[in-house]
Write a protein that binds this ligand. Structure first.
Ligand SMILES: Cc1ncc(COP(=O)(O)O)c(C=O)c1O
Ligand SMILES: N[C@@H](CCCC[NH3+])C(=O)O
Length: 426
């Protein structure tokens, strides 16, 4: 069930009318549904459980980059989720949200020495090493800190996939992970050096994946590598299978459902006797969030083109500008008005600040509220203050209650973070 739905012609987030939220918080604002977050987590969890022992003990480590709001993390953490993190900031957020260190995975192409030391001291569950130079640095830091961490080698299986070239990560030419043969020798080297404990392999081949075939191929590569490493008497007890499952942003998109995905994984892992880690991001949060915005005005050109100018902009939701991504746009009040075509834009001074071109929408007027759907993933997490627009606030809804979990900063707070160089101060 969609927890963002019309009740008596008014769009609600669970039991809360979005009109009431806009009155309370102002616009633009992100609104998240606890019920959707919980349902998505549970559906994924149950799909994995249905595979029985084939997946060993499995950890769902939510990819914090998709939505790093503390309340979203706490909601998932309470359900048992871990966290897949890519920076010290994300590790700190996961911990602050109550996710214990032994459920935190530390991934990323360019972890600094300071971040690696922080991860070691925090006692994260596993560090996913992405290159030879990183392994060398980690070994040196681990020795200095006096901790022998569990690591996985992130493999670049040479199989890329994803909804856009900018979010494909598993292809041979992409910066992520270690090619197969090199990964095997890194594993052996790490085991021989004894300063880190190689426990397994990881891969993540891209995001917004709609087809299981490339995932199946990549997991097949990991399974073969596991057999080869074991033949050389290495221990391989964990396979981290990354995230990447797509969501149906628009009609006609049919991503694999979690049960079908889990069945494919179950087959790929059968007989390997490994524990598994999953790093879903978008799958858990995309449809758990909307971006609420207000129409500033409608600008009608002499040629009839109509610009729907919103108070939300590309700095609040970057996906359309960056990836030409589609997000459904709903009027918050459904009054059955006649439909027309609009170019939906924000106030930022770039033509790229366009959410949609020629979008068929019910007639909208200045002051009307609208909501972008599918905005819970890579929405607020990628927002900026471009054009000195304050960071967009976030609201968590749970049934009939809601909380403003990240308030809109006021302009004074925005300015207080900076100083003018002393020689310019008077
Ligand atoms: C290593 C890693 N794990 C997990 C994810 C989460 O991806 P998604 O949001 O597509 O599930 C990403 C981002 O694509 C990633 O880079
Ligand atoms: N930011 C991308 C996804 C990136 C995935 C990160 N590994 C998006 O909005 O679709």
């Amino acid at each position: 069930m969609d927890h963002f739905r019309y009740i008596d012609g008014a769009l609600h987030a669970e039991g809360v009318p979005l009109v009431a939220l806009a009155d309370e918080v102002g616009t633009p604002a992100y609104v998240y549904s606890t019920a959707t977050l919980s349902r998505h987590y549970q559906v994924f969890r149950e799909a994995l459980q249905a595979q029985g022992p084939a997946l060993g003990r499995s950890l769902i480590a939510f990819a914090v980059k998709a939505n790093s709001n503390l309340s979203v993390l706490a909601t998932l953490g309470r359900l048992g989720a871990g966290a897949d993190t890519v920076s010290e900031g994300e590790i700190r957020r996961a911990l602050a949200a109550g996710i214990p260190a032994d459920r935190i995975i530390f991934s990323g192409v360019g972890k600094t020495d300071a971040e690696l030391a922080f991860a070691l001291e925090t006692g994260v569950r596993q560090i996913n090493v992405e290159s030879g130079p990183e392994l060398e640095r980690l070994e040196r830091i681990a020795e200095a800190v006096g901790i022998r961490p569990d690591i996985a080698i992130r493999v670049n299986p040479g199989v890329g996939a994803g909804g856009h070239a900018k979010i494909t990560t598993g292809g041979g030419g992409d910066k992520f992970g270690v090619p197969v043969e090199e990964a095997l020798s890194l594993y052996a080297r790490a085991a021989a050096n004894g300063r880190v404990r190689p426990v397994g392999l990881a891969c993540h081949i891209g995001s917004q994946i709609l087809d299981l075939a490339p995932l199946r191929d990549a997991f097949g590569v990991l399974a073969d590598m596991t057999r080869r490493l074991r033949a050389d008497v290495h221990s391989v007890r964990v396979l981290d299978l990354g995230g990447g499952l797509g969501v149906p942003y628009e009609p006609g998109l049919t991503p694999p459902d979690p049960a079908t995905y889990a069945a494919m994984v179950g087959k790929a892992m059968a007989g390997l006797d490994v524990d598994t880690v999953f790093e879903p991001g978008r799958l858990l949060v995309a449809n758990a969030g909307v971006l609420l915005a207000r129409v500033i005005h409608v600008n009608v050109r002499p040629d009839g083109r109509r610009f729907l100018v919103l108070d939300a902009a590309m700095n609040d939701l970057m996906r359309p500008a960056l990836y030409d991504a589609f997000h459904p746009l709903l009027p918050v009040t459904d009054e059955g008005r006649a439909e027309g075509l609009y170019d939906v834009v924000g106030p930022v001074c770039e033509t790229g600040d366009t959410f949609a071109r020629d979008r068929l929408l019910p007639e909208l007027r200045a002051g009307d509220l609208v909501a972008f759907k599918g905005a819970g993933a890579y929405g607020a997490a990628m927002a900026s203050e471009y054009n000195s627009r304050p960071l967009v606030p976030e609201v968590l809804v749970d049934g009939d209650r809601f909380a403003v979990v990240r308030p809109r900063p006021d302009y004074a707070a925005m300015l207080e973070r900076e100083t003018v160089a002393p020689w310019l101060a008077d």
